[in-house]
Design a protein around this ligand. Structure first.
Ligand SMILES: [Zn+2]
Length: 162
């Protein structure tokens, strides 16, 4: 999700705006140009890319994350830069704070491990297990028995007419 974020792991004590590329790409369609909205609009307007991940870009800049009242955050400045239109957002966005304390990281790791563990178990179960010696003997017996019965049936059928 796009949003104002504080994450000490990636941004230190800086407030950033994480913009979803799909969402802001759509907003940029209003502009009509074929340029890159990050370099040709956001950066040109004075915003700085501090991190780019899969599907999002984290920006800082004047009137977005700098020189702003953090209780009255909007994306109007970025909107203006990207669409060319005056931003009309009149509601304020909260700041998402990522807790990187040891306790919070441990909890995140525990959830991750659990999810990965379940995935590994499912993958292992899905793989065909090799047949054991005992299973092989049983299967061989089953086939032999089945053929013998079949043989008997066919033998009976064959001698019926004689
Ligand atoms: Zn444009």
């Amino acid at each position: 999700m796009s949003g104002f974020t504080r994450d000490p792991k990636y941004y230190g004590d800086r407030l950033v705006y994480e913009a979803l590329l799909t969402k802001w790409g759509r907003y940029h369609a209003r502009c009509g140009c074929k340029n890159n909205w990050i370099t040709d609009h956001a950066e040109s307007a004075g915003f700085t890319v501090v991190r780019q991940g899969s599907g999002f870009v984290a920006l800082v800049g004047p009137d977005l994350t700098e020189d702003v009242d953090e209780t009255r955050l909007t994306t109007n400045a970025l909107w203006k830069a990207v669409t060319g239109e005056k931003g009309a957002q009149d509601w304020f966005e909260p700041v998402r704070v990522i807790d990187r304390s040891e306790k919070a990281e441990a909890e995140r790791k525990a959830v991750n491990d659990q999810v990965h563990g379940q995935r590994r178990e499912r993958a292992a179960a899905a793989k065909a297990e090799p047949v054991t010696e005992a299973q092989l003997r049983y299967l061989t017996k089953l086939i032999t028995k089945a053929s013998k019965e079949r043989f008997n049936d066919e033998f009976a059928a064959a001698i019926k007419g004689t």
